[in-house]
Design a protein around this ligand. Structure first.
Ligand code: RIB
Ligand code: CA
Length: 318
C-alpha cells in the first residue's frame, strides 16, 4: 500500500456497479480501503452483505472488514428493490466463490464511528447505496461524522430527472428521509448524480479489455453481462452506466468531476416527486450545508480510468 494512500470506507449495496466500484478502489494505490459497510438497496441486506464479502474475496482482499448496516429505510419501507436490473442475487446472476472471512460483528455505524474516531489521517467515505447508514452515523455519532474528511455520495440528480421514477434517482428514492438528513449536514460532501453518471457509459470494448486481463477481469465482465443486457433492452445502448464506479473515481482522484457548491433539498413528501433532489442552480451557495454538486465530467477519461485500473488489478491478482 502506498505510504500516502488515503483511508477510504465504502458504504454499499452490491449491486453490479457497486462491485466494480469496490474493485476500482482495490485497484487504486491512492486509497487504502479500510472498511466496507453494507446497506439495503439493490437487494436485501443479507445479500448485499454476502456480495460485498464475495467481491473482496474475488480480488484477494478478504482482509478488508465488512460490517452490515441498515436493513431498511429510516421511516418508510423502500417500495421495491432492483433485482430486475442487478439480478436476484444482486451480481447479475453470477455466483462468486464464498468468502472465508467472517462478517465483522459490529453494526456498520459502530464500525464506521470507531474507525473515524481512531484514524489519525483524514478519512474519505464513499456512500454508493441508499444513505441510511450515513444518516444513522450523523444522528448516533455526530462527533465521528465530523471527522469525515470527504463524503462522496452517489445519488440524486440536478437536471436529469430520475431513473427509478421520473423524478427520483434510486439511492435517494430508497430512503429520502436519510438523504435529506445527509444533504442537510455540514460534512464536506460531493454529490455524484445522474447528471454525470448517465453520460459516462462503459462500452463493450472497455469490458473486453479488462475481461482479457485475467480471471478477476473476466469475472467482473460476467457480472456486468446482465447489466449490459438490461441497458440494451431498456435504453438501446451497447454499454452500461456504472454509476458507483464514477463516484469512486471522484473519491480516488478528487477533482475528477467539475463541481459547483449548491443548496440541495430532498422531496420527502408522499407525492409523485418523492425522492427528487432539488438542486438550486440559480446561484453558487456559501451555506455551510451546501453540497459540491458534480455538474461536468470527461466521460471518456473516466471510462479509460476505470478500464485501465480494472485491467491492472486483473493482471496483478491473476
Ligand atoms: O441510481 C444508481 C444507484 O442505484 C447505484 O448506486 C446503483 O447501484 C443503484 O444502487
Ligand atoms: Ca449502489
Amino acid at each position: 500500500m502506498a505510504a500516502s494512500a488515503r483511508p477510504l470506507v465504502i458504504d454499499t449495496d452490491p449491486g453490479i456497479d457497486d462491485a466494480l466500484a469496490i474493485l476500482l478502489a482495490l485497484a487504486s494505490p491512492e486509497v487504502d480501503l479500510r472498511l466496507v459497510t453494507t446497506v439495503h438497496g439493490n437487494v436485501e441486506l443479507p445479500q448485499t452483505t454476502d456480495n460485498a464479502l464475495r467481491v473482496l474475496h474475488l480480488a484477494g482482499r478478504s482482509d478488508v472488514p465488512v460490517a452490515a448496516g441498515a436493513a431498511e429505510s429510516l421511516v418508510f419501507p423502500q417500495p421495491e428493490r432492483a433485482g430486475h436490473v442487478h439480478g436476484v442475487t444482486g451480481l447479475g446472476g453470477v455466483q462468486l466463490p464464498p468468502s472465508p472471512a467472517a462478517l465483522d460483528p459490529r453494526p456498520a455505524v459502530v464500525a464506521l464511528a470507531e474507525l473515524l474516531m481512531a484514524s489519525e489521517e483524514p478519512v474519505t467515505v464513499a456512500a454508493i447505496g441508499p444513505w441510511t447508514n450515513v444518516a444513522l452515523l450523523l444522528a448516533t455519532y455526530p462527533e465521528a461524522a465530523e471527522r469525515i474528511d470527504r463524503l462522496v455520495l452517489m445519488g440524486g440528480s440536478a437536471g436529469r430527472g430520475g431513473n427509478v421514477t421520473a423524478a427520483a434517482e434510486f439511492n435517494v428514492w430508497s430512503d429520502p428521509e436519510a438523504a435529506a438528513r445527509v444533504l442537510g449536514s455540514t460534512v464536506p460532501t460531493v454529490l455524484v448524480g445522474l447528471d454525470v453518471t448517465l453520460p459516462t457509459v462503459l462500452g463493450e470494448e472497455g469490458i473486453a479489455r479488462f475481461a482479457a486481463a485475467g480471471p478477476v477481469g473476466a469475472t467482473a465482465a460476467s457480472v456486468l453481462q446482465q447489466y449490459l443486457d438490461h441497458a440494451r433492452t431498456a435504453y438501446g445502448t451497447p454499454g452500461v452506466v456504472v454509476h458507483d464506479a464514477l463516484a469512486l473515481t471522484e473519491a480516488i482522484v478528487p477533482g475528477t468531476l467539475g463541481t459547483v457548491r449548491r443548496d440541495v433539498v430532498v422531496d420527502t413528501g408522499g407525492g409523485p416527486s418523492r425522492g427528487q433532489t432539488l438542486v438550486d442552480r440559480r446561484a453558487v451557495s456559501d451555506a455551510p450545508t451546501a453540497v459540491d454538486v458534480a455538474e461536468t465530467v470527461d466521460s471518456a477519461a473516466a471510462v479509460e480510468f476505470l478500464v485501465s485500473r480494472l485491467a491492472g488489478l486483473a493482471e496483478r491478482v491473476g
